[in-house]
Design a protein around this ligand. Sequence first.
Ligand SMILES: *[C@@H]1O[C@H](CO)[C@@H](O)[C@H](O)[C@H]1NC(C)=O
Ligand SMILES: *[C@@H]1O[C@H](CO)[C@@H](O)[C@H](O)[C@H]1NC(C)=O
Ligand SMILES: *[C@@H]1O[C@H](CO)[C@@H](O)[C@H](O)[C@H]1NC(C)=O
Ligand SMILES: *[C@@H]1O[C@H](CO)[C@@H](O)[C@H](O)[C@H]1NC(C)=O
Ligand SMILES: *[C@@H]1O[C@H](CO)[C@@H](O)[C@H](O)[C@H]1NC(C)=O
Length: 425
Amino acid sequence: MAKWSGIVAVVSLTVFLMSVTAATVLPIHPYLKVEDTFISQLYDTSNYGFLQIDNGLARTPQMGWSTWNFFACNINETVIKETADALISTGLASLGYTYVNIDDCWSRSTRNLKGEMIPDPKTFPSGIKALADYVHSKGLKLGVYSDAGIFTCQVRPGSLFQEKNDAELWASWGVDYLKYDNCYNLGLPPQKRYPPMRDALNDTGRTIFYALCEWGIDDPAEWAGKIGNSWRTTDDINDTWISMTTIADINNKWASYAGPGGWNDPDMLEVGNGGMNYHEYKGHFSIWALMKAPLIIGCDVRNITADTLKILSNKEVIAVDQDPLGVQGRRVYASGPDGCQQVWAGPLSRNRLAMVLWNRCSKAATITANWSAIGLEPSISVSMRDLWKHEVVSENTVGSFSARVNAHGCEMYILTPRRSTRSSI
Ligand SMILES: *[C@@H]1O[C@H](CO)[C@@H](O)[C@H](O)[C@H]1NC(C)=O
Ligand SMILES: *[C@@H]1O[C@H](CO)[C@@H](O)[C@H](O)[C@H]1NC(C)=O
Ligand SMILES: *[C@@H]1O[C@H](CO)[C@@H](O)[C@H](O)[C@H]1NC(C)=O
Ligand SMILES: *[C@@H]1O[C@H](CO)[C@@H](O)[C@H](O)[C@H]1NC(C)=O
Ligand SMILES: *[C@@H]1O[C@H](CO)[C@@H](O)[C@H](O)[C@H]1NC(C)=O
């Protein structure tokens, strides 16, 4: 670090954070052809970890389950408890899915005379504190939902201008996570509406994950890192191939802003909800993991199928999402009709690369990843591990790698460079 010593504090902090990133991926970066602009921007981490909120959370993307994608407003305390039980019995909890998040509709439509939010007495008669106690007794964490506006999207009370009291109430219940939505926001800019809740949560003294849901309207990647632990980059996902792929592409644009402490959020998983086939869901999960997205399950875990469980519990894919380096992978190459044969890749800790060959064409295709397209020097030899077959498929691949990929399917690998052919770096 001696060579950085004369640089002003703020700049040297930036440089330090960047150099930590660069140092960790060093054996990959020297192989980048820096004279080629496209290649040198491949794994741009210029905004990595720079602005992130300092509440100790989100060192890796959050994992858990949320009510919204499957149940929408049809929720009650029984479903939450049964899902907590199912997360344990399926083994999903022990793989890291620990947040049990109640989305919109937990609160009664009106506050009480003291101005407090109260749980809907019909659907949550025992209250949220009892639910938090139950979930905590299972070793899990509880999330609630509110809105940086005067109402939630389902017209329950919002928290705009009531941040402090609401945060204190949730903390007193033992809440661990807040998803904070964007409806009925009076047209006020999000940069004014989201920070007060960060401060209110912090003032409670309870460590509460803060997930911004601003729908990507004002490019939150550029300003939300110092406000929340994750920020939605897009409109809501729905259970269709077009929605999932559109959202992946938008989230991809913000890759350089993700890092430990704050993540781009392309919305919750639809895996298992029935609107896509097995190959499509496998691609959805693989790309979300490569993009360091929050992995929030959105199906009915109490009634999960073997195929859905197989996807959601792939430990090797989860490990890519949860890799401590925390650099968001991205699309690095596309060919074929409308660019539908795609290569996505990103650096991992211990000098490895994760790579997804994603076939977005409607026919099976052979997709080739050329080393120069994924940032490797052509002479580098790598060992390739297939994360869906759970085996090493090649000990010594040089120059490029090709695989046949199903229509709307993907294959996913970890590439571990063998000893460099260069004598020194
Ligand atoms: C609770 O919600 C679930 C899922 O929507 C529903 O199947 C069940 O009937 C509800 N239970 C009660 C008591 O309302
Ligand atoms: C509150 O913010 C400070 C400063 O960022 C941080 O050190 C502290 O851990 C935060 N506390 C909680 C409870 O989030
Ligand atoms: C699902 O998302 C797609 C793509 O964003 C959108 O065109 C479509 O209208 C959405 N469908 C529903 C039912 O919301
Ligand atoms: C369970 O899932 C199957 C499809 O996988 C569906 O047909 C069935 O209705 C579901 N049962 C309940 C109680 O939701
Ligand atoms: C990889 O890309 C380079 C540069 O574009 C090209 O010269 C080379 O032929 C490609 N190799 C393969 C195996 O496609």
